[in-house]
Ligand binder design. Structure first.
Ligand SMILES: [Zn+2]
Length: 209
């Protein structure tokens, strides 16, 4: 049980480490320019909220997006949302999400009409790499459960089943050597567990004449 818990903790740590390194590396390397990667229009999301709230406090809320494009690769998702007026992109937001199966990191870049006093803002326009807590918790957990089941739980169950089969066939559960009357295996020297199919009677030995 202690060994199982230790392996589970190691899998969790490994999952957290791998998740953080791979996710942030992918985010840093992937192009955020939609023209460079192609994309698919998502007209169903037009008029709704922006992919993420614009960073910082704005004196006036942004108008809803009038165009929305998305593109995806394994573990990566890009969103390009814009509010276009008279064929001019007035507000624009690019969001890059990375992580699998859930996103764990994102970057965000915004553009807005800086010369309009209604949208006075002096905060950051580019968030390079932020953490999404839900993905950061659940992804390592999913990885750990999968790794623990494949590397520990299934092999342990199979091993136990094989030992049980050997014992019912009067074979040593560890090395499959035929069992005698000895409480330890005469081949590998391991003690035979109680309940293994020992012979119920020992061969009788006649006393010397
Ligand atoms: Zn043995």
């Amino acid at each position: 049980m202690q060994r199982a818990a230790l392996i589970l903790c190691l899998c969790l740590l490994l999952g957290l480490l791998a998740n953080t390194i791979v996710s942030s590396a992918l985010l840093a390397r992937w192009p955020s320019n939609r023209q460079a990667v192609g994309g698919t229009p998502r007209d169903d999301l037009i008029g709704g909220p922006w992919p993420l709230p614009p960073p910082g406090a704005w004196s006036t809320p942004w108008p809803a997006p009038t165009s929305w494009w998305e593109w995806q690769r394994f573990g990566l998702r890009g969103i390009d949302a814009r509010h276009v007026e008279q064929r001019q992109s007035r507000f624009s937001m690019t969001v890059m999400l990375s992580g699998w199966p859930l996103p764990t990191h994102y970057s965000q870049q915004i553009w807005w009409p800086g010369d309009d006093p209604a949208f006075a803002y002096s905060g950051p326009t580019h968030i390079l790499c932020h953490v999404l807590p839900v993905g950061m918790i659940l992804n390592p957990l999913i990885f750990a459960i999968f790794a623990w089941t494949s590397l520990f739980a299934i092999p342990s169950t199979l091993k136990g089943y094989v030992r049980h089969l050997r014992a019912t066939c009067r074979l040593c559960p560890y090395c499959a050597y035929p069992l005698g009357s000895s409480p330890v295996c005469t081949e590998c020297g391991k003690p035979i567990p109680t309940g293994s199919n020992h012979p119920t009677t020992s061969p009788s030995v006649a006393p010397p004449a």
